[in-house]
Unconditional design. Structure first.
Length: 300
């Protein structure tokens, strides 16, 4: 099972100490569980994606993902994949120039290409499928791997994923998940589409508190009313209940995949501890998910 850790770039105004803190957090998790890569998102100012959500801290510019990736690789020897919002480029050539520069100066060959955050906005740059084709045809990066993001709860997501695979995507990372039904439904639809990707990394994030949950909802995380009520019914129980729900969702998803005898997509984990989640919590969750994956595999 592939295991990736998400590391959010620090705010620029916090300086080197914040960079060191991110690297130390990655190192602490790496010391406790084997990591295949570090996944670094690109953070932009965006509106809330849920009427339930709340963001209490104002947006502040953050370090470029490729700069953080270079430092993590230099200090820890870990490979990194970086997210990049492609629609902000003002031309196709600007995207290709950026990608080549990123490879030449930072040694990065894994890119998660992302679209715009506002559906109603018009952007100057290419769409995600267009960017996939451009990178595949013109970037000239050896052993290039192109990733995209999928949102299993979104209507007609299987068709979108299949189209992006056809345009050159090798793998996908998901939006943070807590419930399995949207994802298993997407897998079933993909089987009908005939366009399943080789690999999907499922994003899981422990929830620290009700306030933390409201921020996740602000980011657009999908959660049923019933699950939200259960998670938040007892304030002190939110962290453990969220971990229990993650384990249940993962168990159902891998069980569903194997019950249908599907070799692809391969399912892995993107650990996404947003905020001050203890390294021990992330390590324990990684161990639990790996054990469940192995146990399910032995049961087949």
């Amino acid at each position: 099972m592939k295991t990736v850790l998400e590391a959010v770039p620090p705010e620029l105004h916090k300086g080197e100490a914040a960079v060191d803190a991110v690297v130390e957090k990655v190192a602490a998790v790496q010391a406790g569980t084997p990591l295949d890569a570090v996944n670094i998102p690109e953070i932009h100012e965006e509106p809330s994606r849920s009427s339930k959500g709340e963001r209490r801290k104002p947006f502040a510019p953050r370090m470029a993902p490729r700069d953080l990736a270079r430092i993590i690789h230099e200090r820890l020897g870990l490979e990194c994949m970086i997210n990049h919002v492609v629609v902000h480029h003002d031309s196709d050539q600007a995207l290709i120039d950026w990608a080549r520069e990123t490879w030449e100066t930072c040694g990065i060959r894994q890119f998660v290409l992302v679209g715009g955050g506002r559906h109603s906005a018009r952007y100057p740059g290419p769409s995600v499928p267009e960017a996939n084709r451009l990178m595949r045809d013109r970037a000239g990066i050896p052993a290039l791997r192109i990733g995209n993001i999928c949102i299993p709860s979104r209507e007609d997501e299987a068709r979108r994923v299949a189209a992006k695979v056809g345009a050159g995507a090798d793998f996908f990372t998901t939006q943070i998940l807590y419930e399995p039904e949207g994802f298993t439904g997407m897998l079933d639809a993909l089987a009908g589409e005939g366009g399943a990707p080789a690999e999907i990394l499922l994003a899981f994030c422990p929830i620290r508190s009700v306030r933390n949950l409201r921020f996740l909802l602000w980011l657009g995380v999908s959660l049923s009313d019933a699950l939200e009520q259960w998670l938040t019914a007892i304030d002190d129980a939110v962290p453990e209940r969220s971990l229990a729900q993650i384990r249940r969702a993962w168990t159902e998803i891998i069980g569903h995949q194997r019950a249908h005898g599907r070799a692809e997509p391969r399912l892995g984990v993107n650990l996404a501890p947003i905020g001050p989640i203890a390294a021990e919590t992330t390590i324990d969750l990684a161990a639990d998910l790996a054990a469940l994956h192995g146990a399910d595999q032995r049961a087949v």
